[in-house]
Design a protein. Structure first.
Lengths: 448, 53
């Protein structure tokens, strides 16, 4: 029965409705897969009544009750989302034990769509920094090579999807935490427009930059989940799937990859990816992007300032319960002055205008997601290491961005990033899906 | 313009204002990380200054 859980969410939902498979069978196969691949350290908690919830879903179907698009399908939650009755450790020993009293907004939306959010997956502590070995659970491992990290902070979400445990998992993206683990693990990560997904009940890192988004096995599944968790009145992310992208126009941010920190094989891979898009009929312009280091600096200042505001009182009360790297990361925020924050906010406004200008007359910008494949755990033996990415600017500007696999470097996957205008997730999903279908990158699976 | 010359004493005073303390063996690493953040802030301040000119 395990073959069903390797099929798309839509295919599974259709099979459920047609009586070809039951929710209990899907859940049993999922639990068996999690057990068989426990070395990934992706899943940190399983609802004790997961099978009962699946049985209830089967009964609802049998009784002809109205069902949502995710009826009876398991979904994983980054251990940062509150869910009724579930612990929410945020990857930290400083959090109180016990079940949460209510669902966060995204989890409530998943349940309304019929999903069974019965799995919790690893996160870097409070979505800050990792990997670390002083959290309540070990760091998730990259399914492509367990000696390599998954990236973070949605580490377990990426490992669970890439490892074939679930088709989709929720994550959060404050500086790239959905897109970079998606890049490192060879899956799809979709960071929506800021404000599109209500996030009450999701533990914050930075109120300004936090964005809830899906990590998924395919573009269509990412769009489906985003549509389920989006606030009211949003244009569907899945609205243009299947439409021919010919005639659309993209800007290629090639200059962002000309960086000494980039893997030397990345640029040819990206050139090939853009070549594919060109052959699909998209017009391509080389564009000059704003200075990345400045954008990253602005993002770091905003995150560290806001994270310090959130955690200072907690650190004063219970700082010893935080992991070392998380504690050292958080206290840096105390070194900032109001003028630093104002300069970062002013830069954010300039950057937003610059990206808007780059998108004038174009449907999207394409670039790399990360500049290297996933580093090895051994690189982190002496503490946190900064990994080069190209994700941060779009948290600052709020533009939607999707990462999807565009090839392997030394046997490890790496992602292509497609960025769109505010509110135009449908457009970037259309381009991403066309690329996905024109190549075999999404069909590559880790050697598990 | 942001000042990159953050001393350990300055950082510890700022932390103490919020009731946060660091173990002695963490202070050097915290200072290095805080200085790195201040360096980024200084980069931004410098760019803003140039923009204002």
């Amino acid at each position: 029965m395990t073959d069903w859980i390797d099929r798309s969410l839509s295919a599974q939902a259709e099979a459920l409705r047609a009586g070809q498979v039951s929710a209990v069978a899907l859940m049993e196969a999922t639990l068996a897969r999690i057990d068989a691949r426990s070395a990934l350290d992706a899943v940190t908690w399983i609802a004790p009544d997961a099978l009962e919830q699946a049985a209830a879903a089967d009964r609802a179907l049998a009784e002809g009750q109205e069902t949502g698009p995710l009826h009876g399908l398991p979904v994983a939650l980054k251990d940062l989302f509150e869910a009724e009755g579930q612990p929410n450790t945020c990857g930290s020993r400083s959090m109180p034990e016990g079940g949460m009293p209510a669902d966060s907004a995204p989890v409530a939306a998943l349940r309304r769509a019929g999903a069974l959010p019965v799995l919790r997956v690893a996160t870097y502590e409070f979505a800050l920094t990792g990997p670390a070995w002083d959290q309540p659970y070990p760091p998730a491992r990259n399914p492509w090579n367990p000696r390599h990290i998954t990236g973070g902070s949605s580490s377990g979400s990426a490992a669970a999807v890439a490892g074939g445990l679930v088709r989709v998992a929720l994550g959060t993206d404050t500086g790239g935490s959905v897109r970079s683990p998606a890049s490192y693990c060879g899956i799809v990560g979709l960071k929506p427009t800021r404000g599109r997904v209500p996030d009450s009940g999701v533990f914050p890192l930075s109120g300004t930059l936090d964005t809830v988004g899906p990590l998924a096995a395919s573009v269509a599944e990412a769009a489906l989940i985003l549509d389920v968790i989006s606030g009211e009145g949003m244009a569907p992310a899945s609205g243009e799937l299947g439409q021919d992208p010919a005639g659309m126009r993209i800007g290629f941010a090639r200059d962002w990859v000309l960086d000494p920190e980039a893997d030397p094989s990345l640029l040819p891979l990206l050139d090939d990816a853009v070549g594919v898009l060109s052959r699909l009929g998209l017009g391509v312009d080389l564009i000059e992007m704003p200075d990345y280091a400045l954008a990253e600096a602005a993002g770091c200042v905003i995150i560290q300032h806001e994270a310090w505001q959130i955690h200072a009182a907690r650190l004063a009360e219970n700082g010893a319960a935080y992991g070392r790297d998380a504690r050292l990361n958080l206290v840096t925020g105390a070194a900032l002055d109001q003028a630093d924050v104002q300069a970062a906010e002013a830069h954010a406004r300039d950057l937003t205008r610059a990206v808007d200008r780059a998108l004038e007359g174009r449907d999207a910008i394409v670039s790399a997601t990360t500049l290297t494949p996933a580093p090895a755990f051994s690189d982190f033996e002496n503490g946190a290491v900064w990994t080069p990415m190209r994700t941060f600017p779009f948290n600052i500007t709020g533009h939607p961005a999707i990462s999807l696999p565009c090839g392997l470097l030394d046997g490890l996957p790496i992602g292509l990033q497609i960025i769109g205008r505010h509110g135009e997730e449908a457009r970037i999903c259309r381009i991403a899906e066309a690329f996905e279908l024109a190549t075999d990158h999404c069909l590559q699976h880790p050697p598990l | 313009m942001a000042d990159e010359k953050l001393s350990l004493e300055d950082l510890l005073v700022r932390l103490e204002e919020k009731g946060v303390t660091l173990a002695e063996d963490e202070q050097a690493a915290a200072l290095a990380a805080a200085r790195d953040l201040r360096r980024r802030a200084a980069l931004l301040a410098q760019q803003r200054g140039q923009a204002d000119d």
